[in-house]
Design a protein around this ligand. Structure first.
Ligand code: ATP
Ligand code: MG
Length: 732
């Protein structure tokens, strides 16, 4: 035993007393509830090594469940690298995601269905089914899939879905069709894997028993994000021996919309009476200033177990803060920062991760990276905004305004006229071959199959397209929205699909923000073509090259990971917290409600705050946060999470107010600069003070947003340390 810990410390891992206690844990249930970067995942890895080398456990009797494939792969690597374990034993340990573990089980049980996981294909299929049911574009495929998932994860069959409103009936009809299609075509999706596994384990007690006998030790990472079905599966696996060790952090529950319930971790001791509980409160990942900022953000949540992390690493570099003018300005500054760090030899591209709240927030940064040929990998669908099915038809209208013979664009416009792409294009091409016209779309008017009202619609559209040619790109988009998307929005509104509407609006706003940078349609379209071309090259290259590149991902994807430098972009109201969380109370839409787990406004805000916490705690050495002043063309306040972390819940007073975390000095525009504090590294306070305090300028009257912060005035710090901010302007 002692030799084991000795070897570990030679390996650079000197476990603290609490960690060692968790690692030594033998049998029975055990819970480690601890903050970010405190070594929870490390404890699982070390316990695995401990069980193998000290307790001489059979490697095949260990099962480690993780959240993502990336995390599982990392875990396997880390286990193999630990002293005394050896490649072979490490290879026999099951370290997998829930999905991969249960898929493996299904395969061994002779279930051969293909896993149908490609999102784009699922979307196409759902759209096709909606068309067949006369529900063109009524619902967002993303929403439908989320609804489907939330039912399945709660063990409710699609056939049991409610049918009390039109929306519910329609959704159910589409989803039933989707499920039938999968069955007919021998496909299963990710959720089906867990659902089938659950069914199978219930039907085949022998199978369950064999798993229970084989896996004597079960460990689950990121337990705060398990949903009901996963929770049930784990319970079944460990039922006879209860040798279950889970680690997690209730402050990092960020999948509530997916059915994750932090209550599973908070009530662990109820489900598993007699569970041993170990808390870890030392952060080994990040510098003191980063840990301090994380603490200062998350302490404003009410629904949590209070805990404060202490830092071990002194800060050399305090978190920096930027207030760029717009998201495009933000992208340019972010990239300039990365380029400079790399050029001066301080960092490699692979040291950086750019994190953002929603997938559609990466438009500007992705464009910059592509245009400047900086190597990067985007952990998402990699799709450009301009290729998205909502946006592409709009761009196609713009293209046709300038280039009337653009057949690709024509093809994109046809569905918006409710004309079949294939048949419509065949007709247009035939006509075009016999009698050339400058704008072949006009040929449609002579299509005998069309009804008069359809022809009127085409005429109207031709006029619209013509009128776009003379407009500035942003105006043209506004015009298209008004002329035909607004009508569509109304339909959506009637059907009460708030979430869908929100998505549409968000993407169109983003497109408008992008267009507003250009004076002419020509320039905008040329830019889009350029970016798309670069994106194609990038896609082709991506497959081959590995290694040194900037990582781009949503905060959700970054869970459990760490990076030397984190750039959190879009930390403005409306983006983080996301606008949808601001009016969660007003969500009337059944699906949106389901998706958000029926959250109330404050619950939704708390989840957003956890996201902010997860984001900042990914950084090991350097953290740069930026809050664009304009977000999608609208003025946006600095994220309330940052303000409350600074202790600003009302416009700061002049006098120093240590107790309330107030400000010492007052800046030239009424906004105080933070007081300089003594170094407080050990406690995880803000250690070093930046060169110039708050480098950014604040606008008078910005205190308005403080009142929206529901935590009320003042600041509570469990460790009694008044927070002080010592940010410096990035690139200043
Ligand atoms: P998260 O909540 O983000 O998942 P975590 O609690 O799982 O974080 P780990 O990823 O296990 O934390 O650890 C964070 C970092 O701290 C890792 O780089 C790990 O190697 C390091 N670390 C953990 N424990 C120790 C220790 N006792 N000594 C030195 N480094 C440690
Ligand atoms: Mg972890």
């Amino acid at each position: 035993d002692a030799a084991f810990f000795e070897r570990l410390s030679l390996h650079g891992i000197r476990l603290n007393e609490a960690q060692a206690r968790a690692v030594r844990h033998d049998t029975g249930p055990m819970l480690t509830l601890a903050g970010a970067g405190s070594g929870k995942t490390s404890v699982l890895v070390c316990r695995t090594a401990y069980l193998l080398t000290v307790r001489k456990a059979d490697p095949r009797s260990l099962l480690l469940m993780t959240f993502s494939t990336k995390a599982a792969a990392e875990m396997r690597e880390r286990i193999a690298r630990l002293p005394g374990v050896g490649k072979e034993a490490a290879g026999s340990v099951e370290a997998r995601t829930f999905h991969s573990f249960f898929l493996y089980m299904l395969r061994r049980q002779g279930i051969r269905e293909d896993v149908f996981s490609e999102t784009r294909r699922q979307h196409i299929l759902l759209k096709q089914m909606m068309r067949e049911l006369g529900l063109q574009d009524t619902y967002q495929p993303e929403t439908l899939l989320a609804v489907l998932s939330s039912y399945k994860m709660n063990l409710i069959a699609v056939s049991d879905m409610p049918e009390s409103t039109d929306a519910e009936r329609e959704t159910k009809a589409v989803l039933l069709r989707y499920e039938a299609w999968k069955q007919e075509n021998g496909k299963i999706d990710f959720d089906d894997i867990l659902l089938l596994a659950h069914g199978l384990l219930q039907e085949r007690p022998q199978l369950l028993r064999s798993l229970q006998t084989r896996f004597r030790y079960v460990m689950v990472d990121e337990f705060q994000d398990t949903n009901f079905l996963q929770y049930e599966l784990v319970k079944m696996l460990v039922a006879p021996h209860r040798n279950l060790m889970v680690v997690g952090d209730d402050d990092q529950t960020i999948y509530s919309f997916n059915g994750a319930r932090s209550e599973f971790i908070l009530k662990f001791e109820e489900t598993y009476p007699g569970a041993k509980v170990v808390t870890l409160d030392i952060n080994y990942r990040s510098t003191s200033a980063i840990v301090g900022l994380g603490n200062a953000i998350i302490q404003h949540n009410k629904a949590r177990r209070a805990k404060t992390l202490q830092a071990t690493k002194q800060s050399e570099d305090v978190p920096r803060y930027m207030t760029p003018k717009s998201t495009d300005d933000e992208a340019a500054k972010t990239l300039a920062f990365i380029q400079e760090e790399v050029a001066e030899g301080r960092r490699q591209y692979g040291d950086f991760a750019v994190l953002y709240r929603s997938a559609s927030n990466n438009r500007a940064i992705m464009e910059q990276l592509l245009l400047q040929s900086v190597p990067f990998i985007e952990y998402g669908d990699g799709q450009l905004l301009y290729e998205h099915w909502i946006i592409k038809p709009v761009v196609d209208h713009l293209r046709l305004a300038l280039y009337r013979r653009d057949f690709n664009a024509m093809e994109g416009v046809l569905p918006t006229l409710y004309i079949s792409r294939d048949r419509g294009m065949t007709f247009i091409r035939e006509q075009d071959a016999i009698r050339a016209k400058k704008g072949p779309l006009i040929h449609l008017l002579s299509w005998p199959e069309l009804k008069d009202y359809q022809k009127d619609k085409i005429k109207e559209r031709l006029l619209l397209i013509k009128s776009l040619a003379a407009m500035k790109p942003a105006d043209a988009i506004v015009h298209i929205r008004r002329k035909f998307y607004d009508g569509h929005m109304e339909t959506v509104e009637r059907q009460n699909a708030t979430q869908h509407k929100e998505m549409l609006r968000e993407m169109l706003d983003e497109l408008e923000a992008s267009a507003s940078r250009f004076d002419t349609l020509e320039a905008f379209l040329a830019f889009i073509s350029d970016v798309m071309e670069k994106s194609e090259e990038h896609d082709n290259k991506k497959r081959e090259e590995q290694g040194d590149r900037v990582a781009l991902m949503t905060i959700h994807r970054s869970k459990g990971l760490e990076f030397p430098v984190v750039l959190l972009i879009g930390a403005s109201e409306g983006s983080l917290p996301h606008s949808s969380s601001l009016d969660a109370d007003r969500i009337k839409d059944t699906f949106a409600k389901l998706k958000s787990g029926g959250q109330k406004a404050n619950e939704a805000i708390e989840e957003e705050r956890r996201l902010a916490y997860v984001a900042v705690t990914r950084a090991k050495e350097q953290l740069i946060i930026s809050s664009p002043a304009y977000y999608r063309g609208k003025k946006a306040a600095v994220s309330r999470f940052l303000l409350s972390a600074f202790g600003v819940t009302a416009p700061p007073k002049r006098e120093s107010d240590g107790q309330r975390g107030g400000y010492g000095a007052t800046g030239r525009d009424g906004w105080g600069a933070p007081p300089k504090r003594e170094s407080d590294g050990q406690r995880g306070g803000y250690g070093a003070t930046g060169r110039d305090g708050w480098g950014e300028e604040r606008k008078r009257g910005a205190g308005g947003y403080a009142s929206r912060e529901e935590t009320g005035p003042g600041i509570r710090r469990t460790d009694g340390v008044a927070p002080s901010m010592s940010w410096q302007r990035a690139g200043a």
